[in-house]
Ligand binder design. Structure first.
Ligand SMILES: C[S@@+](CC[C@H](N)C(=O)[O-])C[C@H]1O[C@@H](n2cnc3c(N)ncnc32)[C@H](O)[C@@H]1O
Length: 461
């Protein structure tokens, strides 16, 4: 087959109508059917743009001017938005963001999954700002001051921020006060190149239910912090909502923020959050959904799809600190949670006990190995829920779930592409059918979207 020559060349100036949005939130236009991604544009815009890079089947361009504005374009409230990589679609009205996210899920499921199913309108937030309960920011030394913020778009430079529109205000305050305290005490940032200095990251985690904040300072080793006692005093004085200060030790180079060891410097390491009337203890390393109001919406969709009558055994795979298991416990006969992180399982057991829930059990292990659980006394679960990380499920797990033959299978996903890949396998290789998918906007103003897929055996359709 003859290779098709791209219809554009590098540095060429082009005029484009933006017709869609990519999964990374960039506008998508076409020139003779050749795809051009243009960040910071909106479907409906007509732009003049310069091609900055060229691949075999797509190009990337930066827009110079907008010749026609999309009706969905809005002026982003955050002054850092043009540079900061934290948000991707703040320049699009919230209603339109919800529509595009629905379309994004539909595109992924159809193109990658080869599946046509009902994709419901995205469930959005009433007030989609200041929602994130966890901030993790890198720290860099700049002369006598510290740069603290998120990474710039497509770079490892830090955008030094004093406020973030999607972070809970308590996190914004905690980070600002920590920065000032560190600067005043001349506690330096860690420098990866020279392997000198102290602070790598600051993490602030806050609870909507109790308004507590836990601060985690990530350091490369376990040495006490310079001026540790003064730092604790300052932070406690300036942050009334502070309930704990933790030193997390992460000697490893690379992108993983938290290491395995924690030292409590003051107060307690965990937070308590409340969802659906249950309270949850969350340790620094345990996964917890970042958007508490939308977590209520997400769990209520899961509960509707599970359609429990009170007698069923439910298998909650990738259960974290047990939130879904406990949320469903009063509607099920029994819930079995499986999770690979030991401390999360410890939290799950404590959470069940503290909420007086007696029909849950939690196991440390890989979801892929679940069949072992059913070799003893357990009967097969009627309902299986999976909520994997972004990379989705291993094929072995999907095969195992096929063998368990649940009558309801609920797949919760934060990545439409891997969801679509796994749905393809479940419908082609296992005998499942996807009834519908509900997108839930857990991450307003970013290109991310959470989905809940309702899957049933084909025989029941
Ligand atoms: C998206 S979180 C889901 C948490 C939980 N369902 C909730 O709503 O809070 C994914 C969880 O899967 C865990 N995990 C990752 N790989 C795993 C595996 N192979 N088997 C079991 N758990 C795993 C992670 O530690 C994390 O807690």
């Amino acid at each position: 087959m003859q290779k098709r020559k791209p219809p554009v060349s590098k540095n060429q100036q082009v005029e484009l109508k933006i017709e869609g949005l990519s999964h990374e939130g960039a506008g998508v236009g076409r020139i003779n059917n050749f795809t051009v991604f243009v960040p910071d544009t909106v479907p409906g815009d007509v732009v003049s743009a310069r091609i900055i890079s060229l691949q075999k089947n797509h190009a990337r361009a930066l827009y110079q001017s907008i010749m026609q504005h999309s009706p969905d374009r809005v002026s982003p409230p955050c002054k850092y938005y043009p540079r900061c990589g934290g948000c991707q679609i703040q320049h699009i009205s919230y209603d339109a963001q919800l529509r595009y996210k629905q379309q994004l899920v539909k595109d992924a499921v159809e193109r990658i999954g080869g599946i046509t199913t009902h994709i419901l309108p995205t469930l959005g937030m009433e007030y989609p700002w200041y929602y994130r309960n966890k901030a993790q920011v890198p720290v860099r030394q700049k002369g006598n001051t510290l740069n603290v913020g998120f990474y710039e778009k497509r770079s490892h430079n830090i955008v030094d921020l004093d406020n973030c529109f999607i972070q809970h205000s308590a996190n914004n305050r905690a980070i600002a006060k920590t920065r000032s305290a560190l600067q005043e005490l001349l506690i330096p940032a860690y420098d990866e190149k020279n392997k000198s200095g102290v602070i790598r990251h600051i993490m602030a985690r806050s609870s909507l239910a109790t308004t507590e904040v836990v601060l985690v300072l990530v350091t490369p080793n376990s040495s006490p912090l310079p001026h540790q006692e003064s730092l604790i005093r300052k932070l406690r004085r300036h942050l009334k909502e502070l309930s704990g200060i933790v030193q997390n030790i992460n000697p490893a180079e690379g992108n993983v923020i938290l290491g395995n060891r924690n030292k409590i410097l003051w107060g307690k390491a965990h937070l308590t959050e409340s969802i659906g009337g249950y309270s949850f203890k969350i340790s620094p390393k345990s996964f917890f959904q970042v958007n508490p109001p939308q977590t209520e919406s997400l769990y209520s969709v899961i509960s509707n799809y599970a359609n429990l009558k009170g007698t069923e055994t439910v298998l909650d795979l990738y259960c974290g600190m047990g939130a879904i298991s406990i949320y469903l416990s009063n509607k099920a006969g029994k819930v079995i949670g499986v999770e690979s992180v030991n401390s999360a399982v410890e939290d799950a057991r404590i959470n069940a006990a503290q909420n007086n829930v007696e029909n849950t059990e939690f196991h440390v292990g890989k979801a892929e190995d679940i069949l072992n659980l059913f070799e003893g006394n357990n009967s097969n679960p009627e309902v299986v829920i999976v909520d994997p990380p972004r990379k989705g499920c291993e094929q072995k797990l999907l095969q195992n779930i096929g063998r368990l033959q649940p009558s309801r299978f609920i797949y919760v996903s934060c990545n439409p592409a891997t969801l679509a890949r796994d749905l393809n396998y479940l419908t082609q290789e296992e005998d499942f059918l996807v009834q519908e998918i509900q997108p839930v906007d857990m991450f307003p103003h970013t290109s991310h979207i959470e989905c809940v897929a309702k899957i049933i055996p084909r025989r029941d359709s």
